[in-house]
Design a protein around this ligand. Structure first.
Ligand code: NAD
Ligand code: LMR
Length: 338
């Protein structure tokens, strides 16, 4: 049979239970926006994850090819492709985790907020699908501007009566991944041994690395703090400019998304002590959403940690971050309410 025919067979939704081919228990994961710059490497890495038994790849373009390609990997997850809005239902039914990297990326000179007009509608439509077809799934939202798309998703879920704040997570893991890398470079450490909490949000000054809380404990000069903070806050722009019109971070983002999704799946499995940063509904500050460390468990973000002791530099950064975040959150909420 032609590769396309094989893919079409894969589109038929079977009633099999949540078991990997090898017989081990696993989770069902959907990627919405699976044909994109992030979606493709993310799909590849999720196909390699032994916690995944079923992997659904949904996009409005090119899923037959991506699905045929990924499905030849000799790992246990069953891969199925879904193309266009008529197949969204089949992509979503039964999913435990939905990862959303659908939407347009930045070009040089743009802010993430410049993506709002296109991506807000995409995220709203996809989340309406989630309320109908897998209202209990954990959602990992990657599409920018995250500071507004997470409030949009929450508003859609609230309207449908399916909102559970524990299950909606804006992905800010790339900020942590970058912070670990840049801090390790300065300290001369292995990045895998460095842990930098990054709180606030996912755009410019709302990205707030807490360099006073780096593990293992260390100290920086004021100049190093300025330079590190600036590089972490502008890491996305560094990539957008280097790609010179060909998009934004995709490979490091796919890596970060998989790191975060894997933490969510280990939490769902019941592993203890899984703590990562994410942008969630929050009471840590007066804002309704905020990124901070969360403990991931069987029901999602089960505990949201307070910020811990901040130094003067970080307190000033927090005030700036909150001001911009408040406006971005409000923009997302009113997009759905209007
Ligand atoms: P891309 O253009 O390469 O891919 C986007 C994909 O989304 C495309 O395949 C497109 O067909 C698909 N798509 C568009 N509308 C859709 C719809 N209605 N339903 C399903 N799929 C749809 O872009 P990319 O580089 O993969 O980036 C995707 C998004 O992720 C952008 O908004 C980008 O800003 C964001 N991003 C976020 C982070 C983060 O840290 N949270 C990091 C990098 C990029
Ligand atoms: C990133 O941080 O790389 C993403 O948010 C993409 C972007 O536009 O910078």
């Amino acid at each position: 049979p032609s590769p396309n025919l094989q893919v079409e067979e894969n589109w038929v939704l079977s009633g099999e239970n949540c078991r990997a081919k090898g017989g081990s228990p696993g989770f069902k994961v959907a990627i919405l926006g699976a044909s994109g710059g992030i979606g493709q490497p993310l799909a590849m890495l999720m196909k390699m994850n032994p916690l995944v038994s079923v992997l659904h790849l949904y996009d409005v373009a090119n899923t037959p090819g991506v699905t045929a390609d990924i499905s030849h990997m000799d790992t246990s997850a069953v891969v199925r492709g879904f193309l266009g809005p008529q197949q969204l239902e089949y992509a979503l039914v039964g999913m435990d985790l939905v990862i959303i990297p659908a939407g347009v990326p930045r070009k040089p000179g743009m802010t993430r907020d410049d993506l709002f007009n296109i991506n807000a509608g995409i995220v709203k439509t996809l989340c309406e699908g989630i309320t109908k077809f897998c209202p209990n799934a954990i959602v990992n939202l990657i599409s920018n501007p995250v500071n507004s798309t997470v409030p949009i998703a929450a508003e859609v879920f609230k309207r449908a009566g399916t909102f559970d704040p524990k299950r909606l997570l804006g992905v800010t893991m790339l900020d942590v991944v970058r912070a670990n890398t840049f801090v390790a470079e300065v300290l001369g450490h292995d990045p895998r041994e460095v842990d930098v909490p990054v709180v606030g949000g996912h755009a410019g000054v709302t990205i707030l690395p807490l360099l006073s809380q780096v593990k293992p404990p260390c100290s920086f000069t004021p100049k190093e703090i300025d330079q590190l903070t600036d590089r972490i806050q502008n890491g996305g722009t560094e990539v957008v400019e280097a790609k010179a019109g060909a998009g934004s971070a995709t490979l490091s983002m796919a890596y970060a998304a998989v790191k975060f999704a894997d933490a969510c799946l280990r939490g769902l499995r019941g592993d203890s002590g899984i703590v990562e940063c994410a942008f969630v509904a929050s009471q840590v500050t007066e804002l309704p959403f905020f990124a901070s460390k969360v403990r991931l468990g069987r029901t999602g973000a089960e505990e949201i940690f307070s910020l811990g002791p901040l130094n003067e530099y970080e307190r000033a950064g927090l005030e700036k971050a909150k001001k911009e975040l408040a406006a971005s959150i409000e923009k997302g909420v009113s997009f759905v309410r209007k």
